[in-house]
Design a protein around this ligand. Structure first.
Ligand SMILES: Nc1ncnc2c1ncn2[C@@H]1O[C@H](COP(=O)(O)OP(=O)(O)OP(=O)(O)O)[C@@H](O)[C@H]1O
Ligand SMILES: [Mg+2]
Length: 367
């Protein structure tokens, strides 16, 4: 028997890799040098605002859109560069898009079997196996209009999985479902894809969905990947202000560096690596600001970890379910600060309170 020699164990080779993918429309670059790797059994989320080039990237990988530059590799083999191109139907890449459109005139079984055309498999067996996996064995003879939205979604998943794709590209596949249904289907889908060792590239513009599903997040903006890493790292070490803002509301304190220190109404911030005269923005998420009561016109004593307290007056307080959102007008500049506090905390508008900024929770960027 002939054996292929591989330089690495297959565990080290990405199932899917793109190198410097580029695409322009009418002279405008919408995807610029996108390089990504997805390992077997892993989920990478392409996360970014509307129009940043997520779907275009996916369409190039699927082969329905041609790139202007760059290459796409599967298991270390080039499947598409600007000269050589394996057609979409031979890429063994599964697609699941928001408008997953089942064939209305075909039964559930026939819809799932559709993905098996031309393959040497026993369709009845594979269809049965897949419908069992997605929990729809009892709907095998039903037609799409007889199914709920979530059930249709699961049929679409079974159809996409039928030919055992090595890679699954998903473009906002859960956005048509209501919230409660979505969480369940999202988790089930992931379980099935992981069990099949599929590499998944999932597009979403919802940070919560990305955090929930991704092993890796690739943050995309203006056609480029601005940061890539584990969800925790992207959240904890964002590259810039926009990367912080993508995951939550933010508060900004502006200051000017003098001798590696930025003086602010919240006390000094240590700014190593910033030159004298640099304008910086100190960014903090609402859930990380600390609130203290007023003690006869004074706040808590300054500390190294939290700096100095700055006074604000409550303008609005709302209960959000698991936390309360309190807005302040700050004494020093009248600016608004947003703070979330766990559970119920609803101070009256007009009440003065003191805010401190934990130094290990804020991010400092050049303005
Ligand atoms: N065929 C096309 N012709 C011209 N412009 C296009 C074409 N396809 C996409 N674009 C443009 O490229 C940019 C990126 O589009 P793309 O669909 O990749 O965005 P997206 O990140 O998927 O956005 P969304 O989250 O809204 O789906 C947009 O400005 C879009 O208008
Ligand atoms: Mg899109």
């Amino acid at each position: 028997m002939q054996q292929q020699t591989a330089p690495f164990s297959s565990k080290d080779v990405p199932r899917l890799e793109t190198r410097d993918l580029c695409r322009s429309f009418e002279g405008r670059r919408v995807v610029e040098n996108v390089s990504l790797k997805v390992m077997p059994g892993q989920v990478t989320c392409l996360l970014g605002p509307s129009g940043c080039g997520k779907s275009t990237t996916l369409r190039m990988i699927a082969g329905v859109e041609m790139q202007d530059g760059g290459e796409i590799l599967v298991d270390g083999q080039v499947i598409c560069d600007t000269i050589f191109r394996i057609p979409p139907e031979r890429r063994r890449i599964g697609l699941m898009f928001q408008d997953f459109a089942l064939f209305p005139h075909l039964s559930v079984a026939a819809n799932v079997a559709f993905g098996l055309k031309g393959l040497k498999v026993d369709p009845r067996r594979r269809v049965g196996e897949l419908l069992e996996k997605v929990g729809l064995s009892d709907k095998i003879d039903a037609y799409p209009h007889e199914l709920s939205g979530g059930e249709q979604q699961r049929v679409a998943l079974a159809r996409a999985l039928a030919p055992r794709p090595r890679i699954m590209l998903m473009d906002e596949p859960f956005s048509g479902l209501d919230n409660r249904l979505r969480d369940g289907i999202r988790d089930e889908t992931l379980e099935i894809l992981k069990a099949e060792d599929t590499a998944v590239l999932l597009v979403t513009h919802e940070p919560e969905e990305a955090m929930r599903m991704a092993d890796e997040i690739a943050l995309m903006r203006g056609g480029r990947i601005v940061q890539q890493g584990a969800p925790y790292n992207i959240y904890k070490s964002p590259v810039d202000k926009a990367a912080v803002a993508f995951f939550s509301d933010i508060n900004i304190i502006r200051a000017r560096v003098q001798g590696a220190i930025a003086p602010t109404p919240f006390g000094p911030f240590f700014c190593p690596g910033h030159a004298d005269g640099d304008h910086v923005e100190i960014v903090i998420r609402p859930q990380h600001v600390r609130v203290d009561f007023d003690r006869g016109g004074r706040g808590p004593n300054p500390t190294i970890e939290h700096g100095t307290a700055a006074r604000g007056v409550v303008t609005r307080a709302r209960f959000m379910g698991s936390e309360s959102l309190v807005e302040f007008a700050m004494d020093h500049d009248g600016g608004i600060f947003r703070v979330t506090v766990p559970n119920i905390f609803l101070p009256q508008p007009g009440q003065p309170l003191w805010l401190t900024i934990p130094r290990d929770r804020c991010f400092i960027f050049n303005a």
